[in-house]
Design a protein around this ligand. Sequence first.
Ligand code: GLY
Length: 337
Amino acid sequence: MRVAVVGGGIIGLAIGRELLLHGVDVTVYDPSPEGTDGAWHVAAGMLAPGGESAFEFPYLEPLLEASNELWPTYAERLGNVGYDDAGTLSVALTADDLAEARREWAHQKLTVLTGSQARDLEPALSPRVRAGAFAATERQVDPRKVVAALRRELAGRIVHRHVSDLSGIEGRVVVAAGCGTAALTGLPIRPVKGQVLRLRGEPGLLKHVIDGAADGRHVYLVPRADGEIVVGATQEERSDRAITAGGVHDLLRAALDLVPGLAEHEITEWTVGHRPGTPDNAPIIGALDDRVIVAAGHHRNGVLLAPITARLVAGLVLTGSADPLLEAFSPGRFGCA
Ligand code: GLY
């Protein structure tokens, strides 16, 4: 069987690899097969099913959880992709931040910690941090390493090509082109801008992923083993690529309010990416017609959802029928397919 995958971001590559492992003759088309244009290059790589699902779209939670369960083995098979299971400490600075966080922590069934209990886990936290909650199953991976590993496994099968019209491709097609999926399929997928900073300092300042709010400013801090700390992210309904004074200010202000020791870190990168968002901010995964399958619109969860998306799309390609988990994510909910 021959299948073309349009889009060589983390979703397209994961699907390509899965198909290849099942003996499919797969080709991945991407306009920049060795480049860094995808949202994956900007993403911090939090694997946070609880933190990211909250109250948004109730059917998303089982999909996020199912993919989170796949990640330990998935990462092991890919090799060194920065998989780190130290867990996530969610924190709140002010009484208002705590009131908002309490609703989410209750939803996730997490135990609320006092500020000093949170600092026992993470001594670099500010003495002003009021409360926290620890989520042991919210982990991280380095998306840049994941994409490098997927590209290696698909060596020779990723073709440099900008696909602007699906009629130019023969046979079965999987469209996994992120925000570009809208122009190819007519599906309602919009860009949601995120500005992200990377800081660098002595390794070991933070032991866990920190996800928190400081005076209403939301931020996450994702520490890598080599001393890099990814600071993200703004969420803006815009498609431009500007790094703005306000965006950087809000990220740094919140980061330094929560972890004052970051003031000594060097800013090594500032990047902008676009999450592919759908009207309900849940992904679109399913058949558009007899020939075309779509896997796009993963919004804030592209990295987390890559393994389950790949598995379910491969199942759909190989058997022609959709796993029940996919029911809620069909293109049909937006009047397509
Ligand atoms: N998953 C985090 C983000 O999209 O910013």
